[in-house]
Design a protein around this ligand. Structure first.
Ligand code: ADP
Length: 246
């Protein structure tokens, strides 16, 4: 059954219906997330983007349909499927190094190797020298870097990211987007990234899924052309905006 590659995980939503209280938030949604791609989920506020991430992470069981990871039905969370939240998911009493160390420990990295591995991650996300800081002593952008490092240090084969840069200022956000692309290049994994920002979707996504309200869960699934010339980008942007306004 397993079709795993060394890199990203294959994730499938197969005619999935999701609800919290019995009223479907997502109805009959089918999306195949390709191994190693960055799939962006966008759509109007409240359409169910975070809900879909929860289902992929194994935090919410579907009412109908199936969520599959490398062909196996997802029934619970797994370290292979990491979740990176917007903020405040760091342990406040642990230092930067110790937060990252925990992810490595959970992954089973031996203690002797963890110190150097944590230090590498700290360098990789541009926080050299900040290993001993507590989260509260860092800026929002720096905390987000730690979250990215912690999320990826566990070497997940898929990472679900829920508007991770949504609270950052424009400049920090641009830096983090670049960092995500560079980190993802160095540690290929399947990424499902939620944003309501079309430009962020175009910058990061290999494909962009535009979700709508219940009843029309998938309005469009758009390939972002590569290499991304200005003309192609404009055309793709227009396509996404049309689907959003639909
Ligand atoms: P989005 O991420 O697209 O903004 P969400 O997935 O957060 O949308 O929410 C989709 C719908 O589900 C909304 O109507 C929201 O109110 C509802 N919802 C989200 N989380 C819960 C919850 N824990 N319990 C009940 N309803 C929820």
């Amino acid at each position: 059954m397993t079709t795993a590659t060394a890199t990203g995980m294959d994730l499938q939503l197969d005619r999935v219906t999701l609800s919290y209280t019995g009223t479907p938030v997502i109805r009959d949604l089918t999306i195949d997330v390709r191994p190693g791609e960055i799939l962006v989920l966008t759509g109007p506020s409240g359409c169910g983007k975070s809900t879909v991430l929860r289902a992929l992470a194994g935090l919410l069981a579907p009412d109908a349909g199936r969520v599959l990871a490398d062909g196996d039905v997802v029934t619970t969370t797994s370290r292979d499927r990491a979740v990176v939240f917007q903020d405040n998911a760091l342990l406040p009493w642990r230092t930067v190094r110790s937060n990252i160390d925990l992810a490595l420990k959970l992954r089973g990295v031996p203690r002797a190797d963890r110190r150097a591995a944590a230090e590498r991650w700290i360098d990789e996300v541009g926080l050299t020298g900040f290993g001993d800081y507590l989260p509260k002593s860092l800026s929002g952008g720096m905390r987000q870097r730690v979250q990215l490092a912690r999320g990826l240090a566990g070497a997940p084969r898929a990472a679900m990211m829920d508007e991770p840069f949504g609270a950052l200022d424009t400049q920090t956000r641009a830096t983090m987007q670049r960092l995500l692309i560079d980190t993802w290049d160095a540690h290929p994994t399947t990424v499902v990234f939620v944003t309501h920002d079309v430009d962020e979707a175009l910058l990061l996504g290999d494909r962009v899924a535009v979700l709508g309200r219940a009843g029309q869960p998938l309005r469009a699934l758009v390939d972002v052309p590569e290499p991304r010339t200005a003309v192609e980008r404009r055309a793709t942007r227009a396509e996404i905006l049309t689907a959003l306004e639909h």
